[in-house]
Design a protein around this ligand. Structure first.
Ligand code: AMP
Ligand code: GLY
Length: 421
């Protein structure tokens, strides 16, 4: 089978590697891909928002299964754009993708279906917002509606913080994200919970904890994710049951009552407080870097899972995941998440000695003139699977040290909640 993957991050490289393992796969196209995917797939340099070119390419090259990695094309309706073809497209349609595309859409579903989440108010103009903020309790959270590349959330300690947030959001900082959500601050510990859904059936596909902040000890600016580990230390069968019955099943019912279905990965961002789950956000895709830690634990054929999902036949009892532990450290370009140099060469990557349980997934890299260049903020993902988070992390730090890449930095404390006890 000829498989296409849309995206260019660590998530897509990890998906590519897993798809390559399947006996069903004859060829992989990655659109546009990175230096890592170019080793196992053919990279095709198309804009991921140019649906027409992607469709023409897939039809011409007989792509049978197309996997959509990132959220933007899903929210913009790429799945709907392919419904007049026979190509199996893995991902939710435009309506269902609103679960990530609009925080207000999701909050309204939470209210209607009694899904546990932070209390909230919706505002459409600055005057009403300011009036509310002046009498509000702090800390509180302000969020821009719409996609904001993970940057539209403000944790506000006082009135002044909230005023800055409101002014930035209504001032157009997040483009299309025009309305604003004020949320109660939830104290607790975060966990990311993943399912894969075929429109009727859904299956558990792992948990993880992400480290989103740039600095050690979870301090400083928010990033796309500096590293993570799987499984989450909070996971238990009792919690799983609560998440399924109180959050996932009502959400799938809500999507069905909108006259459609949910098909694809669903990333459930949770706050766990007193053993109870509260929904913080949905993402309509795999997490990045969570995907890079979870897929190496998958002891199942991912292509078969994707096809069964597209056919509405994800009926096997459960997806088989290893009992082992997986940890990922992200190597970033100095300066990220602000300004950083692009096209800096990374030498010696292919000389690194990796054990069977160690992986390097590329993110912001490209292959040009026989060189691997760092082209993005998050550059490489170093992953290790073992029975012990601590030794895995030590091994990864050693590998990164061996690379001696002067322009890189990373967090040495990934997984500290499960390691440095
Ligand atoms: P989101 O993009 O909605 O996931 O928010 C980004 C991050 O902000 C989350 O991962 C949490 O760490 C934090 N956050 C979001 N909403 C809340 C909330 N209501 N209470 C506390 N922290 C929150
Ligand atoms: N790692 C967070 C995300 O993928 O949204």
């Amino acid at each position: 089978m000829i498989v296409g993957i849309i995206g260019s991050g660590g998530r897509e490289h990890a998906i590519c590697c897993k798809i390559k393992e399947s006996s069903k796969t004859s060829k992989i196209f990655c659109i546009p891909g990175n230096a890592g995917t170019s080793n196992i797939a053919e990279n095709i340099n198309l804009n991921i928002n140019d649906f027409k070119s992607i469709k023409d390419f897939c039809l011409k090259n007989e792509v049978e299964l197309l996997i959509i990695g990132p959220e933007q094309p899903l929210v913009d309706g790429i799945v709907d754009y392919f419904t007049d073809t026979k190509i199996k497209v893995f991902g939710p349609n435009k309506i269902a993708s609103q679960l990530e595309g609009s925080k207000i859409f999701t909050k309204k579903i939470c209210k209607k279906y009694n899904i546990p989440t932070a209390n909230f108010e919706i505002f459409e103009n600055i005057d009403d917002t300011i009036e509310f903020l002046s009498n509000a309790e702090y800390p509180m959270v302000i969020k821009a509606d719409g996609l904001a590349a993970g940057k539209g959330v403000y944790i506000c300690k006082n009135y002044n913080d909230s005023l800055v947030a409101a002014k930035e959001i209504f001032g157009g900082k997040f483009g299309d994200a025009k309305n604003l959500l004020v949320e109660e601050f939830l104290a607790g510990e975060e966990m990311s919970y993943f399912i894969i859904c075929d429109g009727k059936n859904y299956k558990f596909i792992g948990t993880a904890q992400d480290h989103k902040r740039i600095g050690e000890g979870d301090t400083g600016k928010n990033t796309g994710g500096m590293g993570c580990y799987s499984p989450s230390r909070l996971f238990s069968p009792e919690l799983e049951k609560k998440i399924n019955t109180k959050i996932i099943e009502p959400t799938l019912k809500a999507i069905k009552e909108l006259g459609t279905i949910y098909r694809g990965f669903l990333y459930v961002g949770l706050m766990i407080k007193d053993q109870n789950p509260y929904l913080v956000e949905f993402n309509v895709r795999m997490g990045d870097p969570e995907c890079q830690t979870i897929l190496p634990l998958l002891n199942d054929d991912l292509v078969e899972i994707f096809i069964n999902c597209c056919l509405g036949k994800l009926t096997k009892e459960k997806i088989i995941l290893s009992e082992k532990k997986s940890i990922c450290i992200v190597l970033c370009s100095k300066g990220y998440p602000d300004n950083f140099k692009r096209n800096v060469s990374i030498k010696g990557l292919n000389n690194l000695l990796l054990k069977k349980n160690e992986y390097i997934f590329h993110a912001g890299t490209k292959f040009e003139n026989n060189k691997i260049l760092a082209s993005g903020g998050r550059v490489l993902n170093f992953v290790s699977v073992s029975n012990n988070f601590k030794t895995s992390r030590e091994d990864l730090i050693k590998i990164i040290g061996d690379l001696k890449w002067d322009n890189g930095f990373f967090r040495r404390d990934i997984g500290y909640k499960v390691i440095d006890l």
